[in-house]
Design a protein around this ligand. Structure first.
Ligand code: NDP
Ligand code: 8X3
Length: 251
């Protein structure tokens, strides 16, 4: 029987690429996001390969998270793999001029949203004594860069939660691991710079960034390991990148 994966943030970037590769490899999917048109489009496209169900919710909305996940039809209600991917950076400002609304969006989405979705799904994994949770962190989970302050703090929190979840869920045989990408060309920078496409494009200028499909390939590798193998913590950068601040823009 094929496994069911629930992917948050499946409407774009890493989440969408992951949905595509998992669908082509016969995983059943629950795809989640806030943009209904994109969810519908993706569901239609992937239905050629697998069974797909979509859930429309904002991960920051506690009630909506629990309502939507508990509304899953029987055929999709057993979640074998949870991919906590939804998240974004909002702004790139020094701490003294950062916007409180941006801080709230990042803390509420990247940390609290990940917790709400996990809380909605972990009990069934405990009952079955099986399951796999993949948390999408970032190189920003491992180091801090100038003006990254709150985004880096939220991703450091994801790193801590990943470790904590792995410890607490260890008695139940549940796998927990994080993937921490460096610079990936998605809609991430468009969101960070609030639609200023020139600023967004400059982020990836002069080198070959990772593509969403590169991370999706890795996620597929991670979920397809045998039961006794848990990829607990994986950092992946473009070859041109050595750290958050060191990027060789001549590659
Ligand atoms: P995108 O902006 O392309 O995708 C972000 C996804 O998250 C979208 O599907 C969006 O869906 C969803 N999302 C964002 N906020 C919410 C919310 N409040 N509720 C529900 N869904 C939400 O960026 P990426 O694919 O790059 O980002 C995916 C993850 O990867 C994020 O956690 C990001 O921090 C992380 N990451 C990205 C890197 C990069 O350089 N791109 C590097 C390291 C980590 P919708 O708008 O439809 O709700
Ligand atoms: C996204 C990568 O370098 O913008 O998490 O923080 S970075």
């Amino acid at each position: 029987m094929s496994k069911t994966a629930l992917i948050t943030g499946a409407t774009s970037g890493i989440g969408k690429a992951t949905a595509i590769i998992l669908a082509k490899n016969n995983y059943k999917l629950v795809i989640c996001g806030r943009r209904e048109d994109r969810l519908n489009e993706l569901k239609t496209a992937l239905s050629e390969f697998t069974e797909v169900h979509s859930l429309l919710f904002d991960v920051r909305d506690k009630e909506a998270v629990f309502e939507q996940i508990s509304s899953l039809p029987e055929a999709f209600s057993q979640i074998d793999i949870l991919i906590n991917n939804a998240g974004n950076a909002h702004g790139l400002d020094p701490i003294q001029t950062g916007s409180i609304d941006d801080w709230d969006a990042m803390i509420d989405g990247n940390i609290k949203g990940l917790l709400y979705v996990s809380k909605a799904i972990i009990p069934q994994m405990i009952t079955r004594k099986s399951g796999h949770i993949i948390n999408i962190g970032s190189t920003a989970a491992k180091e801090v860069y100038p003006n990254g302050n709150v985004y880096c703090a939220t991703k450091h929190a994801v790193d801590a939660l990943n470790q904590g979840m792995r410890m607490d869920l260890n008695p139940f045989g549940i796998k927990v691991g994080a993937i921490h990408p460096g610079m990936v060309s998605t809609e991430f920078s468009d969101v960070r710079f609030k639609g200023d496409s020139e600023k967004a494009q400059n982020v990836y200028k002069g080198f070959s960034p990772l593509q969403a499909e590169d991370i999706a390939d890795i996620i597929h590798f991670v979920v397809s390991r045998p039961y006794h193998v848990n990829i607990a913590d994986l950092v992946v950068m473009p070859t041109a990148q050595a750290s958050s601040g060191i990027v060789n823009r001549s590659l």
